[in-house]
Ligand binder design. Structure first.
Ligand SMILES: C[S@@+](CC[C@H](N)C(=O)[O-])C[C@H]1O[C@@H](n2cnc3c(N)ncnc32)[C@H](O)[C@@H]1O
Length: 445
């Protein structure tokens, strides 16, 4: 399920907000699933992403939520599983986090925090742009690019070492501070993350991590609210865009700790059903092969463009995993540099995003779903040529003809007019139309 302007891939991890804004589409998916799913059966959300669809369906079916990314598992767990924590515990945790705001990591970054705050206050575009372009401490230490904040970066690096702060406790600040978040916010994220690791049992961690992922999605200082690339600070003539300041005021001044507390309370008091849900992180093939007989329906919303989704969410994956990944390099004008988006090296490359592999991947999905006697609802967003979006890797026509190879009943349902299109030339028309989200409904005999 995508936003209409999917060049932003902006169906993001502010998933509870998203649930509200996308209610009509979620209701449509829900209605279509109700039409094909027996009362006591379960449903698999095969590419669960932000977990919105899983959550919507979870009130009347047991759900299997699958995604290859760990952050999706964290969010789905938080949305679907009942937490065993009290409000009093949350309050205690928040006090602990707030007390840490005077801690050593804050002191290490204090000069950079002050410089950034001053630049926002004085609308100093030059400094604000430098912070986005060259602000990552790790990138600075490797590439040594001199800028108005270099001295403060050198001081921060010295303090981190002399204070003996372990690398895992400052990973977000060192890599993404200034670039995706303000320095202060990135330190707040590191502090929240290390407090979660310190104080919460593994079985209860996901609700806290999900609240932190939602917070990070709220505050990220990029145009599409994702992590594919930092703001482009300059126009074609090299002039700094006013967007740099406007976004900084809007995003970088948000308090990450206050937002985290709000999110935590939202997740804590979310209505949840009593069904037994299963949330797994794996490849779609492994999930399909292991689905139990009581799962009768599969809702599949794979990627359709060559933009690898993991680009948009790599920082969320790192926050969820709490690890210290290697950062990927790129060749630029003959020299090797750290990737502009500061991506994890092990970023997942989905077969659905690779033109030469996508059709075979869909065929495997149709084949396993049909041989295991499931009904498959495959989501498809037609390609709108009037918008600045990437064309689909596979066409509607290709998908429908593949589906017909494995399923005797294939029909297309549109979220726009809710009409059922019999299989004829409509699939060609739908390919490049402004049609809303489509579902290819594949049923057995
Ligand atoms: C279009 S998004 C799904 C959006 C989701 N329906 C929602 O509402 O947020 C596609 C998802 O497929 C996942 N994905 C990509 N390749 C995968 C694979 N081979 N196996 C499992 N999941 C995969 C991505 O991580 C991404 O979350």
């Amino acid at each position: 399920m995508k936003e209409t302007t999917d060049n932003n891939c902006n169906y993001c991890f502010r998933s509870l907000n998203y649930l509200g804004s996308k209610l009509r589409l979620l209701n449509f998916i829900d209605d279509q699933i109700k039409l094909v799913t027996p009362k006591s059966a379960g449903v698999c959300d095969l590419f669960a992403g932000s977990g919105c669809v899983s959550y919507k369906l979870s009130s009347h079916y047991p759900i299997v939520s699958c995604d290859v990314q760990y952050y999706s598992k964290v969010i789905c767990n938080a949305l679907l599983q009942r937490p065993h924590i009290s409000k009093a515990f949350v309050d205690e945790l928040m006090t602990r986090i707030r007390l840490k705001q005077e801690s050593l990591i804050f002191r290490a970054f204090s000069e950079l925090i002050r410089i950034e705050n001053d630049a926002i206050e004085k609308c100093d575009l030059e400094v604000l742009a430098s912070i986005i372009e060259f602000g990552s401490l790790e990138v600075f230490l490797k590439e040594q690019h001199e800028s108005p904040i270099s001295d403060a970066q050198k001081n921060a690096a010295l303090k981190l070492t002399s204070f003996g702060i372990p690398g895992c406790e400052s990973f977000i600040s060192r890599h993404y501070g200034g670039v995706y978040f303000s320095y202060k916010q990135s330190v707040q994220i590191d502090i929240i993350l290390s407090t979660i690791k310190e104080c919460i049992a593994d079985s209860e961690k996901d609700i806290f991590l999900a609240a932190l992922l939602s917070t990070a999605s709220d505050i990220v200082d990029t145009v599409g609210k994702h992590f594919a690339q930092p703001i482009k600070t300059r126009d074609a003539k090299g002039k700094i865009k006013s967007l740099v300041y406007n976004k900084a005021v809007k995003d970088k001044t948000l308090d990450a700790v206050d937002l985290f507390e709000n999110w935590l309370n939202k997740y804590l008091f979310l209505p949840r059903s009593n069904f037994k849900h299963k949330i797994i992180q794996c490849d779609y093939i492994d999930c399909l092969k292991n689905l139990s007989d009581d799962i009768r329906t599969i809702y599949a919303d794979p990627p359709y463009t060559r933009d690898h989704y993991s680009r948009f969410y790599h920082v969320l994956e790192t926050i969820a995993l709490g690890d210290e990944p290697e950062i990927s390099n790129v060749k630029y004008n003959g020299s090797v540099r750290i990737s502009n988006g500061i991506y994890r090296n092990d970023r997942h490359q989905s077969v659905f995003c690779i033109k030469s592999k996508a059709l075979a991947a869909f065929e495997t999905m149709f084949r396993i779903a049909s041989t295991t006697h499931k009904t498959l609802l495959l989501s498809y967003s037609p390609y709108d040529e009037t918008k600045n979006v990437h064309p689909r890797v596979v066409t509607m026509k290709q998908l429908v003809s593949l589906a017909k190879k494995y399923f005797p009943n294939v029909e297309i349902v549109s979220a726009g007019n809710f009409s059922h299109n019999k299989l004829n030339s409509s699939e060609h028309f739908l390919e490049s139309s402004n049609e809303a989200e489509l579902l290819i409904v594949c049923k057995g005999a």
